[in-house]
Design a protein around this ligand. Structure first.
Ligand code: ATP
Length: 355
């Protein structure tokens, strides 16, 4: 549960003079660029050292840098950040490296609902949420002896697909598994991957209307994962496995993509159900979220994961995507976040979108 009272934290804020802050990594260039486009101030938190490459991107460089030794030191600047009216935008790396518990305790307003964390990071609760919303997830195999078809083995807490492996039989599983770590075994879904970027606003009604607020589709991507996505250049997976070379799922980049238009009704229906269920379970997945899906040859979606904040897959779209262009020219997810914060400030609704 959230360990802060957002209304108390916002009490001293000058709502006409807000600063957008985030950790310099992941999608920060886009977040700063979006905030600048909306006329907001920006503050970058650099962990370890100031990253020189920001100088090469003046439109993505924050107005001000804070250098901290480690992520946990961010909390030491809480008062200073509040004096500067800072609103922090959590992204994947920010939450991952700071740690969920430390993030829950941060006494600085953050965009989105912190209560989503426990529902997203626990694979059992995530399944309750997504299946409860009527989505289809890949089957889970409880007993490895029941492996009769290709499966993907995922270690808990191993972000970015690190250490994941495919097994086609129990024997293959036994050979590869590291029993010292906890893991989940999932059916390996055959199909094409789409990582769909939504934006849910509980305070605006000018998009796909929900019971409270409305939903937008801003973009989608496909992740570029090494070595699985290029492994065939060296031979078939089977040949390579015989040589002891196993494919891995480490994300190295993101590729823009669009989906056949006839699937968009299903896409919005999934987004809608996920938001409605989240409102019921924990008060709503506010702002950006991403459904990670595989579309099968029967044009069915299987959702293997949800990320409840801005994902790096939105980065190809700093100047808009084929979907966000239909909302407003040059609309990135980073810019949409800044717009939501500006609108919340103008209408005195910030406590509905921050925590
Ligand atoms: P992140 O938190 O960064 O999203 P993660 O470590 O939780 O990543 P997943 O996103 O669950 O890992 O999986 C990593 C990759 O493995 C996916 O991007 C996808 O390519 C592949 N993958 C995951 N689950 C399945 C599945 N059931 N069937 C086929 N491929 C899958």
């Amino acid at each position: 549960m959230i360990k802060t009272n957002i209304k108390d934290m916002l009490a001293t804020y000058d709502k006409k003079n807000l600063t957008i802050g985030t950790v310099c990594s992941h999608s920060s260039l886009q977040i700063f660029n979006g905030a600048k486009k909306e006329g907001l101030k920006t503050l970058g938190i650099s962990v370890g050292e100031k990253k020189k490459f920001y100088d090469a991107f003046p439109l993505g460089k924050p107005d001000e840098f804070y250098i901290v030794d480690k992520y946990r030191d961010i909390a030491r600047f809480s008062e200073e950040f509040r004096e500067k009216n800072v609103i922090l935008i959590p992204h994947g790396s920010f939450v991952e490296y700071l740690g969920a518990e430390n993030f829950l305790h941060l006494q600085i307003p953050t965009f989105g609902n912190r209560n989503v964390l426990s529902w997203e990071s626990d694979r059992n609760k995530e399944r309750l949420w997504l299946e409860g919303a009527g989505l289809t997830m890949p089957k889970e195999i409880k007993n490895p002896k029941d492996i009769t078809k290709p499966v993907i083995v995922k270690y808990h807490g191993a972000k970015g697909g690190k250490g994941f492996f495919i097994a086609k039989t129990y024997e293959e599983f036994k050979k590869r598994v590291d029993e010292s770590k906890s893991y989940t075994i999932q059916e390996f879904v055959m199909g094409t991957r789409y990582y769909i970027h939504f934006f849910y606003s509980p305070i605006r009604k000018d998009a796909y209307e929900l019971s409270k607020g409305s939903l937008q589709l801003l973009s989608m991507d496909r992740r570029d994962e090494t070595t699985i996505d290029e492994v065939q250049r060296l031979g078939s997976i089977q040949e390579l496995e015989e040589l002891g070379i196993h494919p891995t799922f480490v994300v190295t980049g993101n590729i823009p993509i669009v989906m056949r238009e006839s699937l968009l009704s299903k896409v919005f229906k999934m987004g809608e159900e996920v938001v409605e269920k989240s409102i019921e379970l924990f008060g709503g997945v506010i702002g950006s979220f991403c459904l990670e899906t595989v579309v099968t040859e029967n044009l069915e979606f299987k959702v293997f994961e949800i990320s409840a904040r801005i994902v790096a897959g939105t980065n190809p779209y700093i100047s808009g995507s084929p979907y966000s262009e239909l909302i407003q020219p040059n609309l990135s997810t980073g810019r949409r976040i800044a717009q939501e914060i500006k609108y919340g400030a103008e209408k005195n609704l910030l406590s509905e979108i921050l925590s």
